[in-house]
Design a binder for this molecule. Structure first.
Ligand code: GDP
Length: 322
């Protein structure tokens, strides 16, 4: 069994490629829920949904997020009623949030609600939230009139990440527990993949849930991370605004430094080949390949390289003991 730690869109693209070269039944995806929010009273889990929609083949690939064939009538009507429209929820997407909110309201855990949604959406892999407890990514920023403490989406989407970040924290994480099955899966894993996701607000919250980092470190297999930074910039999104606040350079070697001591190998882009020696000096085996996922074939080739770095090669994706 492979275990993948995943954020949103970057992870979703990678995992779609992975499913071309690996058995979906042999994969557990652990998703970030630090960005979750309540919007119009609905429970929204943006990263879980990005992964679910993409793996179910329902995502809008041109827009890069949300569902294909989306319309925006509810949002327009809400704005007409004076409600905030900064976090755009499409009509079809709202159906997901309505069902999730109902299940949670009836007493289901987030894991149970996610499993039910995945079943109904046709997601071919097991997707679990990092925790059933609420963990909230908060950013402390320099606002125009002084310091502000904001919910992640409020800053990222609502303010388009324009305020400089001083600090990032995961509120509530000390009381959170890994969702059922995560620690057990890691203890028996044949490989652990850290997806090309934002290291600060997608991967760090997962690792911050007490027990998960230790379980990754103790896994009886290799751990391979894939860079989200290519040529000194995020491929998409604004990870460059967050890495410095987390004490890391906006570069492949900067991200590799965050995974030193945890991962065995680090997949970096061919344009960053000059950093391979520095990655090796951090104790990570560098794997230099093209990492831009323009097509599903690109993503499958990248996933294949990551699988090979797990030690098993394509024919034996169970990996080898460390
Ligand atoms: P989000 O929560 O939706 O922003 O998604 P993630 O955290 O999963 O992914 C965001 C990260 O994915 C960004 O840092 C991007 O640079 C990275 N990313 C997106 N597309 C690609 C790609 O094609 N190749 C690589 N290497 N990284 C990518």
């Amino acid at each position: 069994m492979l275990v993948a730690l995943a954020g949103g869109v970057g992870a979703a693209k990678f995992l779609r490629g992975l499913l071309r070269v690996h058995d979906p039944g042999d994969l557990l995806v652990v998703g970030n829920t630090g960005d979750d929010l309540r919007m119009h009273g609905l429970a929204v889990s943006p990263d879980l949904d990005s992964v679910a929609y993409t793996l179910a083949g329902l995502a809008d690939e041109e827009r890069g997020w949300g569902l294909a064939g989306e319309s925006w009538n509810v949002r327009e009507a809400l704005v007409r009623l004076g409600e905030p429209g900064w976090f755009a929820l499409g009509d079809r997407d709202i159906a997901t949030h309505l069902l999730r909110t109902r299940l949670l309201g009836e007493g289901a855990s987030l894991s149970e609600a996610t499993a039910e949604l995945c079943r109904r959406l046709g997601v071919p892999v097991r997707l679990v939230p990092m925790s059933d407890q609420r963990v909230e990514t908060r950013v402390e920023v320099d606002g125009p009139d002084g310091p502000l403490d904001l919910g992640f989406q409020e800053w990222w989407v609502g303010r388009q990440a324009r305020d400089p970040v001083r600090a990032v924290r995961f509120q509530g994480v000390e009381d959170a527990r890994p969702a059922p099955g995560i620690v057990e899966a890691l203890a028996a894993a044949g490989g652990v993949l850290i997806c090309p996701s934002n290291p600060v607000v997608s991967i760090a919250p997962i690792l911050a849930v007490p027990g998960i980092r230790a379980a990754v470190a103790a896994a009886p297999c290799r751990v391979v991370a894939v860079t989200p930074i290519v040529g000194g910039a995020p491929v998409r999104g604004m990870a460059d605004k967050l890495l410095p606040a987390w004490g890391a350079e906006v570069s492949a070697r900067g991200v590799a430094g965050l995974y030193a001591g945890l991962a065995d190998a680090f997949v970096l882009d061919a344009v960053d080949a000059g950093q391979a020696a520095e990655v090796a000096a951090l104790g990570l085996e560098p794997v230099v390949v093209p990492t831009l996922m323009r097509t599903v074939e690109d993503a499958a080739a990248l996933a294949k390289a990551a699988l090979e770095a797990l030690g098993g090669g394509p024919g034996n994706p169970e990996g080898v003991p460390r």
